[in-house]
Design a protein around this ligand. Sequence first.
Ligand code: GLU
Length: 219
Amino acid sequence: MCGIVGGVSKKNITPVLINGLKKLEYRGYDSAGIVTLCKNNRLNRARAVGRVVNLEKRIKDKETPMDGTIGIAHTRWATHGEPSSRNAHPHICNHTVSVVHNGIIENFLELKATQKADGYTFTSDTDTEVIGHAIHQHLQDSESLLEATQKAILMFKGAYGIGVISPKDPGHVIAARSGSPLVVGISKKGNFIASDQMALLDITKDFIYLLEGDRKSVV
Ligand code: GLU
């Protein structure tokens, strides 16, 4: 199991994401990571092996402050690729698409072979990296990150709960699920996603439970 938290907030989202990850610690994990969309519209990432406090330390040590209002975060329980910083989520494709994933993409080897032939490079041993590449590829012929994600998930066999952000579509976090849990939390402070409502209870009690195959654009 692992945990996903993400959202579009009115204020700096990092404290909400870190607090959410801590609430998901009961699910068990081997590493953790976070990406926020900075004020300069760049993806800013921190990852660390072990507990969420290690990630917090990494964030404090960063040169670029993690002060964006849009972001996604993850605690990982490795299924493909050893527990390490390079395998920790979020994964980023070409500075353009960042993804967190809970589950297993069963046909990732097949997708990876095709994506390598298309010129994509891989920086991890996870099954997850094919998700970001597939969405990146579909962004070229899509109007939005939502549309690109909707097209990409048709390619996946297996289980996934995913959160996706991109500087190309900076107002949104895209969420999709099939076989892994995901809820949307609505509040005046912003709108959020999480693997379990527990991660968001400090912010809201207003939840939408995504159904199998749902894809939501959180604004
Ligand atoms: N299969 C993915 C990985 O190994 C996600 C694992 C998880 O659900 O934490 O990175």
